[in-house]
Design a protein around this ligand. Structure first.
Ligand SMILES: [Zn+2]
Length: 358
C-alpha cells in the first residue's frame, strides 16, 4: 500500500514585496476558470483527479484473486501462527458481503482501471516502474500523469540523474509514491537530501507515504517500519530546508490528526491526500478524521486519492465515500475531488478545459 508572523504590518509587506502583478492575475483567472466550469457543468460529468494510483502487476499483493473489504476489518492476531496467515486469510476468505475482488491478470487490472477512469472522468497520478507506467500511459492517453515508485535502498531507488532525465523528457510529472516509511527511513534522512534538493530545483511535485500501510506490516516483512512514523511532523525539517518544495502527504498522516494539523498550520504549502484510508477505514472514523481537517480550515489542501493497487473497484467506492460525506458542502467536495489537485499541480487553463471535456 502501496504528510506567521504575529505582526500584520510585517506580513503585509512580505506579501507585497513577493507578489508580482502577473501572478496575482493568473491566480484570479485560475479561480474564475474553475468557477465557470463548475457552473456550466453542474449537472454533467465533472472531472476527478486521483493523486494516488499504482500501475501494479496482478500478483503484486499476493496470488490473485484477493478480496478487499471496504472497510477492511482490523485483524486480530494470535502470535502462535505467522501473521501472514491471518492477513492473507482475510483476503482469501473475506468476512464482508461485497468485497472488491482483484483481477487475475495484469491486463485486466489495467483494463478495469481505465474503464472506471473513463466512466467517472478521472485523471490520475500513476506510480510504478518507469516501464509499467509508460505502458499504462500508452494504453490510455491523457488519463495519467507519470509518477515513479521510489524507495531508498532497493530496486526502486533511482539516481537523481535518472530522475532529472525522466523529468526533462516529460516522463515524470510527480515523484510519487515515495515509500521510504516501509524501510524505516524518515523523510529527513540524509540519503533523501539529494532528492528533495532536486525536486525543489526542478519544481517537481513530490508525494510521500506518511501514514498507514497494511495493518501489522512490520510482521509482513517491513521490519523497520514504525507506528510513530505515521506522524506528518516527520516531514518538518525537510520543509524548512526546502521552502519551495511542492509536496503532498499520501495517506494524510493518518491517524495522527493533531500532528497533521500542527504541520498544516506551520507549513501552508503542504497538501494531503486520502489514499487507502478513504476505503479501508470504517466510514465514521474516516469522516471524523477528514472532518477534523476540514473543520480546522484546511479543506483547500485535501486532495482525493484512491491507492487502488490491484483493486480497481476501490476507485469508485472511494469517490462514493467523498460524495456521501454529510458534512462537506458541494464546493468542498469539488475542491477535494478536483480543484485542490488542479491548483497543487498547476494545471493550465487548457488542461482544465480538456478534463472537463473528456
Ligand atoms: Zn502508500
Amino acid at each position: 500500500m502501496p504528510v506567521l508572523t504575529q505582526c500584520p504590518v510585517i506580513l503585509h509587506s512580505v506579501i507585497k514585496n513577493n507578489d508580482k502583478a502577473g501572478d496575482t492575475m493568473k491566480r484570479a483567472m485560475f479561480g474564475l476558470v474553475l468557477g465557470l466550469f463548475s457552473l456550466a457543468n453542474a449537472s454533467e460529468r465533472l472531472p476527478i483527479v486521483d493523486m494516488h494510483m499504482h500501475a501494479a502487476p496482478a500478483d503484486s499483493q499476493g496470488p490473485p484473486p484477493l478480496a478487499m473489504c471496504t472497510p477492511m476489518p482490523s485483524p486480530v492476531w494470535d502470535p502462535a501462527r505467522p501473521f501472514v496467515e491471518t492477513f492473507m486469510g482475510h483476503m482469501k476468505q473475506p468476512s464482508c458481503d461485497d468485497p472488491v475482488w482483484s483481477p487475475e491478470t495484469d491486463e485486466e487490472v489495467l483494463a478495469q482501471t481505465v474503464e472506471i477512469m473513463e466512466r467517472r472522468n478521472v485523471v490520475g497520478v500513476l506510480s510504478g516502474t518507469p516501464e509499467r507506467v509508460s505502458e499504462w500511459m500508452d494504453a490510455a492517453p491523457g488519463r495519467f500523469l507519470p509518477g515513479l515508485g521510489f524507495q531508498i535502498g532497493g530496486n526502486r531507488e533511482y539516481s537523481p540523474e535518472l530522475i532529472a532525465e525522466m523529468h526533462a523528457d516529460g516522463r515524470l510529472a510527480v515523484l510519487a509514491e515515495v515509500t521510504n516509511q516501509y524501510a524505516g527511513i524518515e523523510p529527513d534522512d540524509e540519503r533523501m537530501e539529494p532528492y528533495w534538493a532536486l525536486a525543489e530545483e526542478l519544481d517537481l511535485p513530490v508525494g510521500i507515504h506518511i501514514g498507514t500501510g497494511p495493518p501489522g506490516v512490520i510482521y509482513l516483512g517491513s521490519s523497520e517500519y514504525r507506528a510513530r512514523m505515521h506522524s506528518a511532523l516527520t516531514l518538518e525539517e525537510v520543509l524548512v530546508r526546502h521552502p519551495k518544495l511542492r509536496v503532498y502527504i499520501m495517506h494524510a498522516g493518518y491517524p495522527m490528526l493533531d500532528d497533521l494539523l500542527a504541520l498544516l498550520f506551520a507549513h501552508p504549502q503542504v497538501y494531503v491526500e486520502v489514499g487507502v484510508i478513504v476505503y479501508v477505514t470504517p466510514r465514521p472514523e474516516f469522516y471524523r478524521f477528514l472532518r477534523g481537517i476540514t473543520d480546522a480550515g484546511y479543506g483547500k489542501r485535501v486532495m482525493f486519492g484512491s491507492d487502488q493497487m490491484v483493486w480497481p473497484g476501490t476507485i469508485e467506492r472511494s469517490i462514493q465515500v467523498i460524495e456521501d460525506a454529510p458534512f462537506l458542502s458541494e464546493e468542498q467536495k469539488r475542491d477535494i475531488l478536483y480543484n485542490n489537485a488542479a491548483r497543487f499541480l498547476r494545471f493550465s487553463e487548457e488542461d482544465i478545459a480538456r478534463h472537463h471535456g473528456m
